[in-house]
Design a protein around this ligand. Sequence first.
Ligand code: RB5
Length: 147
Amino acid sequence: MKIAIGNDHAAVEMKMELKKYLEELGHEVVNFGTDTEESCHYPDFGEKVGRAVVAGEADCGVLICGTGVGISIAANKVNGVRAAVCSDTTTAHLVKEHNNANIIALGARIVGIETAKDIVKAYLDAEFMGGRHQTRIDMIHEIEKRN
Ligand code: RB5
């Protein structure tokens, strides 16, 4: 799988470790930064990864900031993005199965690296269930069209 990854200054170390882990699992990881701990602005990276995923330049995305919240809010402003913040593996597989989340977001100040790896793996291993869940996703796209 081709995975777009992005983060702010709060999550550089976690990004590097997750990137290495994902590559060890055999995935191709496209890094949208940031790679330094100099203070930056998470919306820049949420938008970049969101646009790459919606454009089909990556199969899905991983976003990380301090809580996972700010960067996911930014990504969700891009039409077609369904970014979900996850702090546990149950949520991680359900956001793929039910919501067909195309981006998973993590908080580097919330979860440790081993939990973060498990969360991303649970998300990547899950499959969208379709059916009634597709109906609801179609409804979300209709909301975007009304904006
Ligand atoms: C940066 O200090 C922090 O606000 C950011 O990483 C994130 O937690 C925002 O949601």
